[in-house]
Design a protein around this ligand. Structure first.
Ligand code: HEC
Ligand code: HEC
Ligand code: HEC
Length: 161
């Protein structure tokens, strides 16, 4: 009997991993259920873009120590979360013209999908690295106990195909 319970436990766990956690966002209404992808999400350029780099394997659930809203910044917590390339958000497929491109992370530039991802992803990883460098210099934390961070080098995110 004990074995059976354990097996069921593992099965449920596997189901959660593959199907994702579902958040009930509208009471009993099954249409209101939001599926949260666990594990890795493959991030690609919008349709029509001829990618120069390989798509990015993004370990979504490894980021859940971070507040959902720091990435899903338009989310109010009630409705379903929408993707980054939702129309009018970060769906611009072409780099903005030169005059704007030096303002890459301005209101205009940030609509270009690449600037949006690079600002969010590389921005945060670099920020943690900078803080870690300070911590290490201050000798407050031993080097191998510094908080984990993510990659900031091109190949680490876009592996060579
Ligand atoms: C570090 C950034 C980051 C954090 C933190 C994060 N997510 Fe995400 N999430 C993403 C990205 C990037 C995608 C892919 C969006 C896309 O494909 O356009 C995504 C996709 C999703 C989707 C699917 C949206 C769709 O396109 O249908 C859901 C739902 C979701 N996240 C829920 C959550 C929840 C709930 C949390 C907090 C527990 C969370 N996310 C935390 C970055 C993040
Ligand atoms: C708010 C900060 C934050 C943002 C935004 C963020 N990350 Fe991370 N990322 C982290 C942290 C912290 C870790 C380390 C997690 C761990 O190991 O527990 C991490 C780890 C990773 C790793 C795993 C590296 C390894 O060692 O295997 C990848 C890949 C990654 N991030 C890609 C991305 C991508 C792509 C985005 C943008 C969609 C993104 N991250 C956005 C903080 C962030
Ligand atoms: C933390 C992860 C991360 C790092 C580091 C990173 N990128 Fe990206 N990059 C992304 C994501 C996510 C996208 C959007 C999805 C896609 O197009 O693959 C993207 C998109 C792009 C695009 C537009 C799409 C294409 O393939 O043509 C280019 C070009 C690009 N990156 C080049 C670079 C270069 C060059 C570097 C190093 C200076 C770099 N990236 C570093 C995550 C990263």
């Amino acid at each position: 009997m004990r074995m059976r319970c354990k097996a069921i436990g593992i099965l449920c766990f596997a189901l959660i991993i593959t199907v994702g956690i579902s958040f009930d966002v509208a009471g009993e209404d099954p249409e209101g259920q939001m599926i949260v992808p666990m594990g890795v999400i493959t991030l690609k350029a919008p349709q029509g873009v001829e990618s120069k780099k390989a798509p990015v394997e993004f370990p979504h659930s490894r980021h859940f120590a971070t507040d959902c809203k720091s990435c899903h910044h338009k989310w109010q917590g009630e409705e379903k979360i929408k993707g980054c390339q939702t129309s009018g958000c970060h769906d611009q497929a072409q780099a903005p013209k030169k005059a704007v491109s030096y303002l890459s992370y301005s209101d205009v530039g940030i609509k270009y999908f690449k600037y949006a991802y690079h600002q969010a992803c590389i921005g945060c990883h670099k920020e943690i690295k900078a803080k870690n460098r300070q911590l290490a210099q201050s000798y407050q934390v031993v080097k191998d106990q510094l908080p984990p961070t993510g990659p900031s080098g091109c190949i680490e995110c876009h592996p060579k195909e």
